[in-house]
Design a protein around this ligand. Structure first.
Ligand code: ATP
Ligand code: MG
Length: 359
């Protein structure tokens, strides 16, 4: 790599503005230690503060400004007291997803030592898997309509769209990911016993893709029992791939079973790198705790680790930086300091400094 990786840092709203500096601190520290050259551009738009001044979430040339970036490191967006959530979300994050073709939503789920688990009797090794959600098509469309509206005969139709291109590319990503892991196990979420057209076809695409990955063990599971197993038998899972709707549900359920929302990271990926990928905590802007410096910064920091790993294709300095950040997170969760959501009284800054010092 002859030039530095270019990263747009967008803190956004609420606690996004509090956790972003801690994410930056950890990422910079790890990059320094492993010799990764990074160039950050801090961006104030894609926020409700910007909206209040300009009546829009982003400047007209947002796409040109971001297109040359390798990654977007994002805090959180939304300030419902002044800007409706659909305006702030559709005006920023969802535009990135669509325009930058971030068709993979990746969420690691892992139970750490020292974090209370809502599932009874679970120990850290029991929850350690990755959810791959299709992020651009499937059940989330605006195709359909209403007939005989407002009458007794009212009929509503909502279409799903599964393209071969869109399905195969997310399946391929999931198979590659599973093949790169020690367990080489892939769960394919389906509902081919009830959703009679799209889901049997989705299964057939998975069967087709599986032929190219004989080393990966494939387990097709209906979404209902799969959800139950997230709770009852989480140790079954390694990589899980799901359509947009099923993945949306699983990717909230999974992290919720692993403790506080303040820990869960996510990546919105354009794996071919034609466009920047986006890395952000799963949590939102949390207006209820903003301004007190008590937000847990670990989800943001862990998202930064995913970013470094992705930038270098899961190898070399980026992988080493990722691993060092995750090890530092493990230590802090085990030994403290702890923010209030983890039962402690440490501040966002103290936690961020503790992680950075351990990297
Ligand atoms: P969305 O982003 O989907 O609109 P939301 O705004 O409803 O979600 P969040 O902002 O994620 O929800 O907050 C949900 C709850 O979790 C709030 O009570 C918030 O205080 C808490 N929370 C969220 N993030 C953190 C964090 N990093 N540390 C501590 N608590 C958090
Ligand atoms: Mg919100």
């Amino acid at each position: 790599m002859s030039r530095p990786y270019r990263i747009a840092l967008i803190p956004g709203d609420g606690i996004g503005k509090e956790v972003a500096p801690e994410g930056l601190r950890a990422v910079r520290r790890a990059a320094e230690r492993f010799g990764l050259a990074l160039e950050f551009t801090e961006i104030g738009w894609a926020s409700c503060d910007y909206y209040r001044q300009h009546g829009t979430m982003m400047p007209d040339d947002w796409k040109q400004q971001l297109a040359g970036m390798d990654a977007i490191y994002f805090g959180a967006v939304g300030w419902p007291a002044t800007v409706p959530d659909n305006v702030s979300l559709w005006g920023s994050l969802l535009k990135f997803r669509r325009e930058f073709d971030q068709y993979v939503n990746l969420r690691p789920v892992r139970l750490f030592d020292g974090v209370p688990c809502p599932l009874a009797g679970r120990k850290p090794g029991d929850l350690d898997y990755l959810i791959v959600r299709e992020n651009t098509e499937g059940e989330y469309t605006n195709l359909g309509g209403t007939m005989f509206a407002g009458t007794e005969r009212e009929i509503v139709i909502q279409e799903s769209v599964f393209s071969r291109h869109g399905t195969d590319r997310v399946l391929k990503f999931a198979f590659e990911l599973a093949a790169s892991r020690a367990r080489r196990h892939l769960t394919v979420a389906t509902k081919s016993n009830g959703v009679a057209i799209s889901m049997p076809w989705w299964d057939s695409r998975a069967d087709e893709m599986a032929k190219a990955y004989p080393q990966v063990a494939v387990d097709k599971q209906h979404i209902d029992i799969l959800s139950a197993r997230f709770v009852l038998q989480p140790q079954r899972f390694d990589v899980v791939v799901a359509s947009n709707l099923f993945g949306d549900i699983l990717s909230d359920l999974g992290p919720a079973t692993a403790g506080t929302i303040g820990l869960a990271p996510s990546a919105n990926l354009n794996p071919e790198r034609r466009f920047p990928s986006l890395f952000e905590p799963v949590h939102g802007s949390a207006p209820d705790i903003y301004g007190r410096n008590v937000a847990n910064p670990i989800a943001m920091i862990w998202s930064g680790a995913l970013m470094l790993d992705f930038l270098t294709g899961g190898q070399g300095a980026g992988r080493a930086a990722h691993d060092a950040i995750v090890r530092a997170i493990e230590t802090v969760l085990r030994e403290g300091p702890r923010t209030p959501d983890l039962g402690g009284s440490a501040s966002t800054t103290e936690l961020g400094e503790a992680v950075a010092a351990l990297i």
